[in-house]
Design a protein around this ligand. Structure first.
Ligand SMILES: NC(=O)C1=CN([C@@H]2O[C@H](COP(=O)(O)OP(=O)(O)OC[C@H]3O[C@@H](n4cnc5c(N)ncnc54)[C@H](OP(=O)(O)O)[C@@H]3O)[C@@H](O)[C@H]2O)C=CC1
Ligand SMILES: CC(C)CCC[C@@H](C)[C@H]1CC=C2C3=C(CC[C@@]21C)[C@@]1(C)CC[C@H](O)C(C)(C)[C@@H]1CC3
Length: 590
């Protein structure tokens, strides 16, 4: 790098000084570009427990510049990786706790005694102990001792309410043990949601109903999302099916009035470009507003390089001030982050305009409903182009299969609240583009293809394709519902026969049932369905097979992303799950 520094003749120096100057400049450059570590190995700090708002005393072990994570260790040896934003030094933590409790009204103070922060220290060793207990298992969930289960349950109970009664004694019966765990987990959940509600009340967030568009009409259930890092839960108006029915009625009325839907087929590229523009504008808006989002509102990904860049920039700013000694230099630099990466990935986890949740809305409504609308338009275009009185069998299959998929998604809209996109991903260009452009305009490629490429099907082939679709749909729906029901209520009596692995976070992992067959049974079902969507188009062109190829790549990538996230979240309990359930998507193969 040093060769870029050429000294002008007026500053030329004798050759004996040159190495010294080069050395000094290289030191200076290194100082400017090295990431500044806020915490050093050996520091005692307060670390936020992943997925919660609880802080525990931990010791910093190391810093990984690549992932920008600190590895920290609890008092009894449990290690976790934390982001800088999830770490606080002990003094500022105490000051913050003090100033919070001082600024509260007496009524609030009383409530606060139930809040997590009060007992973080006391419970830190318990958390670690529970993690260690989970780690020390022999690999068979059913053989786990009651003590371990108790410890796992205590993790969340103790910080919330110190006086919580000990769970009743378990007997060694496996079924009973499972139920006991479920009950405890349910207590944990109850306490967590109590704490979350409390946090919502304390922090003054309005719980008012949503108001705008169909999504915000007070029709349909109000569902609670998962517990956020900020300690609160958001509510969502899950009336997707209602929105679908109303939209379908509007389209039907428009067609009845003479609207020509085949316009969609003949202006496909123009419509795609228009949607692309909308997704771009939306992403710019999302990025701009995300700059002012607080740390708790940001996704854990999508904030790349902030620490690194900020510290380098701060040093540069300091250097400028030092050299030029002018005030403007002190304010002219700001942390750029990796703008493109953050713009792409999305920084804000749940961007909302009042109660209107942009990510939830975009993921479930325009793309999915638009997908069906375009498919219907393609069926009409096929009839027009092929001069048919009714759509072909292949077109009907593709339309019905995908309609079932969309309607199922909207009917079970609540289940999306426990998917990766809603729980962990920021809302940025990738999802905005995916929801508004990718889904409606590429997921309809099979129907689009059939408009000008008829593919007649024999009865046995038709039957086989329908059976395949039903099998895929059954696996997809059952496995998604099983996980969703378990995450919402671990003590659901319908799930009491399932084995689980307790984790240090208080949540358990299903290890039998669908989630004991492969680690992503829902992906397996989804892939089988994707196959059934492409088969009606035959094998003469790659275009109708585009979806399944892309989808397989997407899911393999999601598997690895989820592995990393779950490994970080659940530590050794996740390793144990992976040892017990060896295959990811396809049993015995992958
Ligand atoms: N058609 C399309 O284009 C797409 C469809 N999909 C579909 O969307 C659905 C959701 O997918 P996605 O969000 O990627 O993944 P999942 O719904 O599988 O969610 C993964 C999460 O489930 C939880 N989990 C994992 N293993 C277990 C277990 N053994 N027991 C309990 N919980 C577990 C973990 O979260 P935690 O423990 O924190 O709860 C994990 O992060 C799938 O059916 C998928 O096929 C997805 C992408 C694209
Ligand atoms: C642009 C990129 C190449 C990829 C973008 C990915 C997105 C298109 C998908 C990410 C997760 C999705 C889900 C569905 C649609 C596709 C996207 C947005 C989903 C809403 C489809 C209907 C299902 O029933 C579902 C389970 C609700 C799906 C959830 C995930």
């Amino acid at each position: 790098m040093l060769h870029i520094f050429h000294f002008p003749p007026c500053l030329s120096v004798s050759s004996c000084w040159s190495p010294v100057i080069h050395y000094c400049v290289s030191l200076l450059l290194r100082w400017l570009t090295m990431p500044s570590l806020k915490y050093q190995a050996g520091d005692k700090v307060m670390g936020r427990w992943p997925g919660s708002s609880l802080y525990y005393e931990v010791k910093v072990l190391s810093y990984d510049a690549k992932s920008r994570n600190y590895t920290v260790i609890y008092k009894d040896g449990t290690e976790l990786e934390l982001k800088e934003q999830d770490i606080m030094n002990v003094t500022s933590f105490q000051q913050r706790s003090r100033s919070r409790s001082n600024s509260r009204s007496p009524g609030r103070r009383r409530s606060r005694s139930r809040s997590p922060a009060r007992t973080t220290r006391r419970s830190s060793s318990r958390t670690a102990a529970a993690a260690a207990a989970a780690a020390a298992g022999d690999g068979t969930p059913s053989s786990r001792g009651d003590k371990k289960l108790k410890q796992a349950a205590e993790i969340k109970i103790s910080p919330i309410q110190q006086q919580e009664k000990e769970p009743a004694e378990n007997n060694s019966n496996n079924k009973h043990e499972k139920k006991e765990e479920n009950n405890m987990a349910s207590k944990v959940n109850e306490k967590l949601s109590e704490a979350a509600k409390l946090t919502v009340i304390l922090s003054g967030f309005p719980q008012a109903d949503a108001k705008a568009l169909l999504y915000t009409l007070p029709v349909g259930k109000l569902s609670e999302g998962v517990l956020l890092r900020s300690g609160r839960r958001l509510t969502y108006r899950t009336n997707g099916f209602f929105a679908f029915v109303v939209s379908a009625a509007v389209v039907a009325a428009a067609v009845y009035q003479g609207a020509d839907l085949t316009y969609i087929h003949s202006h496909f590229l123009q419509l795609t470009s228009a949607s692309f523009l909308v997704s771009m504008l939306l992403s710019v808006y999302l990025y701009v507003r995300s700059r002012s989002a607080g740390p708790d509102e940001r996704a854990l990904g999508g904030n790349s390089g902030e620490t690194h860049h900020k510290s380098a920039m701060l040093r540069l700013r300091a250097l400028c001030c030092l050299l030029i000694s002018t005030a403007p230099a002190a304010i002219c630099f700001d942390s750029p982050g990796k703008v493109i990466y953050d713009f792409f990935k999305g920084r804000e986890l749940n961007p909302r305009i009042k109660e209107f949740d942009l990510k939830f809305f975009c993921e479930m409504r325009p793309g999915l409903i638009g997908w069906c609308l375009i498919n219907v338009a393609m069926a009409l275009a096929e009839m027009k182009q092929q001069k048919l009185d009714a759509p072909s069998c292949s077109m009907i299959l593709v339309n019905v299969f995908q309609l079932v998929y969309v309607v199922d998604g909207l009917w079970n809209e609540e289940a999306i609240l426990t998917t990766m996109d809603l729980m962990h991903d920021g809302f940025g260009y990738m999802l905005a583009f995916g929801d508004l452009v990718w889904v409606p305009f590429t997921y309809t490629l099979q129907a689009n293809y059939l408009v000008s490429h008829p593919n007649p099907l024999s009865l046995p082939v038709l039957t086989a394709i329908i059976v395949l679709k039903l099998v895929g749909f059954y696996i997809f729906r059952k496995s998604n519902s099983e996980k969703n029901a378990f995450r919402r209520n671990p003590s659901d009596p319908r799930l009491s026969h399932l084995k689980t692995i307790p984790t240090a976070t208080g949540k358990s992992l299903l290890v039998s049932g669908w989630w004991g067959v492969v680690r992503h049974p829902n992906y397996l079902g989804d892939l089988i369905m994707a196959l059934a969507w492409s088969l009606p188009c035959g094998f003469s062109h790659l275009l109708p097979w585009f979806y399944i190829i892309y989808f397989f790549i997407l899911l393999v990538h999601r598997v690895s992303r989820d592995m990393i996230a779950c490994r970080r979240k659940y530590g050794s309990a996740w390793d144990e799950y992976c040892r017990t359930v060896r295959y990811r998507i396809i049993p015995g193969v992958y």
